[in-house]
Design a protein around this ligand. Structure first.
Ligand code: PMP
Length: 461
């Protein structure tokens, strides 16, 4: 047990772990898991490396663990922007004052793409962004005289956060049990999972068939009751890159039934896939986009639901502001968080990080494909830029999964951690989502470390 070794090495280690279990509820980690696994204590970090309490350095292919540290760790330019803003105007309420960093950040976001994204509703996390997006969608339909449109569609394997709305729109069995009763009116759709499509179908045919099944669900539920579909353009947890046919049909169906598409870009927005947003890989535009993580590179919490001009004109077009009932948070459009966001946008642009993400990330995907060509247990390698997934299977021909008791994914994750390397596994899909500043050299080290952990665990079983 690497953690026990650490406890032996460092007298403080056992005390901090003990106090952590006692006093800090580790979100997203069950109490049992916390007790069993404890984990290293991070004390400092720089670039794509995190250092723990006894000096062990971890190579970070997870942008801090949950994909937020998109600029890497300890950026002085972002820290300087935060310091300057905090010592000038750290925070005032959006109810009372306009603040300039939020206006400038929203204006910059509106100009990033041609998609008509216009108005940012700033909050402090991804879950709040998702919840706010559902409120905006309800306002849109109320403004159109359709207050009965209150249902939301979400997809199997999807994840949209931990608020009641987020959990109700997420296919997470633990949340769905723990947080029951969930919010009413959330309807589950099939995921678009190209690798697991029926035999004999092309990816494009499959994409159309999944979208057609969505339309059938909409008709069965009653289109006049549905407000929006919550769907990531490229679902990040399992790296499910959809075929263009699916995205096209999804957009057509939403238009046909006046259902909004809320594109949840919390995980991949602001550069992860080599474009500002995942939807830009397709010839479609969403109605509302939710963001967090990459908007500030994790330096300060910030999130946003960003509505297109079409949605905003419907809500506010006739000046009928009474149509728009959305929550207002104390920390809405926090000036210091927005200043961090501006520094992050500057860095992405000045350092051409979209371009380097596309080139280094796509090189890594190609390199994994080259190394694992013909491997009996590597079923699929997929991704875009720095969103990379490797799906392991027990049987290449049937695509049967490994028995869950083998915990192949979890073992690979643990093995990598022992070898001072941070990767993630969701089931038996090994995922990497490093910072956009990952260099070719670091990318090569990440490929090496990933293959080592995978190969050792597969050899053992
Ligand atoms: N949506 C997606 C797609 C996410 O990946 C996440 C977080 N992993 C969320 C929503 C929730 O964001 P937060 O954890 O900041 O509440």
């Amino acid at each position: 047990d690497p953690v026990d070794n650490k406890i032996n090495q460092s007298p403080d280690y056992a005390r901090i772990v003990h106090d952590s279990i006692q006093y800090v509820w580790r979100h997203g980690v069950s109490v049992d898991t916390t007790r069993a696994e404890r984990g290293p204590i991070a004390v400092s970090a720089s670039g794509v490396r995190v250092t723990d309490a006894d000096g062990t350095v971890f190579l970070d292919a997870l942008a801090g663990g949950s994909a937020a540290a998109t600029l890497g760790h300890a950026r002085v330019d972002v820290a300087d922007a935060v310091h300057a803003q905090m010592t000038k105007l750290h925070w005032v309420s959006l109810r009372t004052f306009i603040n300039e960093p939020s206006v400038e950040l929203a204006r910059r976001i509106a100009g990033l793409t041609e998609a008509g994204l216009q108005t940012s509703f700033f909050v402090s996390s991804g879950s709040e962004a998702v919840e706010s997006a559902t409120q905006l969608a309800k306002s849109y339909h109320r403004a159109r005289g359709n207050p009965e449109r209150t249902k939301f569609l979400y997809r199997k394997t999807g994840y949209h956060g931990t608020s009641l709305v987020g959990a109700s729109a997420s296919d997470n069995k633990e949340f769905r049990t723990w947080f029951a009763p969930l919010a009413p009116g959330f309807v589950e759709l099939d995921a678009c999972y190209p690798y697991r499509r029926p035999a004999g179908m092309t990816e494009d045919e499959y994409g159309v068939s999944v979208a057609d099944a969505m339309e059938a669900t909409i008709i069965a539920e009653g289109p006049e009751t549905i407000a929006a579909i919550l769907a990531e353009s490229i679902p990040a947890a399992l790296v499910l890159v959809p075929p263009a046919s699916y995205m096209r049909r999804l957009r057509e169906i939403c238009d046909r039934y006046d259902i909004l598409w809320i594109d949840d870009e919390v995980f991949i927005g602001f550069g992860r896939t080599g474009r500002w947003f995942g939807f830009e890989h397709y010839d479609v535009t969403p109605d509302i986009v939710t963001v967090s993580k990459g908007i500030t590179g994790g330096y300060i919490p910030l999130g946003a639901a960003i509505a297109t001009s079409r949605v905003m004109e419907t809500i506010f077009g006739d000046g009928a502001t009474t149509q728009a009932k959305v929550s207002g948070h104390t920390y809405a459009a926090h000036p210091t968080a927005c200043a961090a966001g501006l520094a992050v946008l500057d860095a992405i642009e000045k350092e051409h990080l979209l371009e380097s993400t596309a080139s280094v990330g796509d090189w890594m995907i190609d390199e994994f494909r080259r190394r694992y060509d013909g491997h009996p247990h590597v079923g699929d390698i997929r991704g875009k830029g720095f969103l990379i997934g490797i799906e392991l299977v027990q049987d290449l021909a049937t695509k049967d999964r490994f028995a869950s008791q083998l915990s192949v994914g979890r073992r690979i994750m643990a093995r990598a951690m022992e070898q001072q390397f941070m990767l993630r596994a969701t089931g038996d899909v090994v995922t990497l989502f490093p910072a956009l500043v990952t260099t070719q050299q670091d990318g090569e080290a990440m490929v090496e470390a990933t293959c080592r952990a995978i190969d050792e665990v597969i050899d053992e079983i």
